[in-house]
Design a protein around this ligand. Structure first.
Ligand code: BV8
Length: 245
């Protein structure tokens, strides 16, 4: 399908990514058959209530995922690299909004980006709100590097029922984008799953889903291409950059 004629090289682009873009790097998704939510439930480990009820269980869940991410075998893949290249090579603004809490986009070279669900390699102190880079384990006994208090350190991650980060900046970008690309997300979690409507209805953007298989929200997109991210994302970026000349 040809790119829409409305797209010009200075057109602003907003990209949303989910767990699917990191799957070929060796990180689990959430809702695939072998996904994270097939092994543990959201209510046990990904809500503030779960953390209040059993902080050790929640810390343990993230400690394991943090060390998996830091395994040297986990590296950015061709899809992450293609998006980083698009950010540098596209003349217009490219904003990457990720639902992922891994750091693979940064390691691939993306810089203009928002982690709307937080970051696994950062810790937040419930006592003083300080955010610190964090690569080790967290527990109730972990002292905050800023205020020194224990019992308040948590992963700097947005749980269900919590407000995602930088929503104003995200909606401002959606309201002015000419192209919205959704990659590797099942379209089940809001408000991210609603971004396609916002881009289409408010900005009149062209909307594209690049995913292994049709997501829950596929009918909301003007265009959809299905296949592994390491194949469909570089191919689509190549087409976009050919337009930019
Ligand atoms: C909030 C961090 C309000 C933790 C996560 C309507 C409007 C607003 C809210 C709601 C609403 N309806 C319901 C809600 C509440 C809730 C929600 O959406 N619930 C769902 C379950 C119905 N939303 C919230 O609670 C959000 N907060 O709304 O706050 C508020 C208002 C005022 C004041 C305070 C609060 C917060 C949501 C954030 C929760 N945190 N993660 C962590 O990571 O541990 S969400 C979690 O799901 C992950 O972050 C993940 O990123 C996200 C979405 O999942 P996906 O990334 O899409 O992953 P999934 O496995 O589902 O899909 C993977 C896809 O990849 C698949 O389609 C697959 O086919 C594809 N794929 C697989 N392999 C490949 C591939 N694609 C390409 N290549 C491959 N190789």
């Amino acid at each position: 399908m040809a790119l829409p004629v409305t797209l010009t090289p200075d057109s602003p682009i907003v990209i949303l990514t989910g767990a699917g873009i990191s799957k070929e790097s060796g990180l689990d998704t959430f809702r695939d058959a072998d996904g994270i939510w097939s092994k543990v439930s959201i209510e046990e480990v990904a809500t503030p209530e779960a953390f209040a009820r059993d902080p050790g269980k929640v810390q343990g869940f993230y400690n394991v995922r943090r060390q998996s991410l830091l395994n040297p075998t986990v590296q950015p893949n061709a899809a992450h690299a293609a998006l980083a290249h698009l950010e540098t090579a596209w003349p217009g603004d490219v904003l990457l909004v990720t639902q992922n809490i891994d750091d693979l986009h940064e390691r691939a070279g993306s810089t203009n980006m928002i982690h709307m669900h937080g970051e696994m390699l950062k810790a937040l102190c419930n006592h003083c709100d300080a955010v610190s880079p964090w690569r080790g384990d967290l527990s109730d006994a972990t002292p905050c590097p800023d205020c020194g208090a224990t019992g308040g350190m948590r992963p700097d991650v947005v749980w269900f029922g919590e407000m995602p980060y930088e929503m104003e900046r995200i909606f401002a970008a959606l309201a002015r984008c000419a192209l919205f690309i959704s990659i590797g997300t099942s379209g089940n979690v809001y408000p991210a799953a609603g971004f396609v409507q916002e881009a289409r209805q408010v900005a009149g953007a062209h909307t594209v889903e690049l995913n292994l298989e049709p997501s829950s929200g596929v009918t909301a997109f003007a265009e959809a291409r299905h296949g592994p991210a390491t194949e469909v994302v570089p191919a689509y970026v190549k087409e976009l950059l050919a337009l930019a000349g």
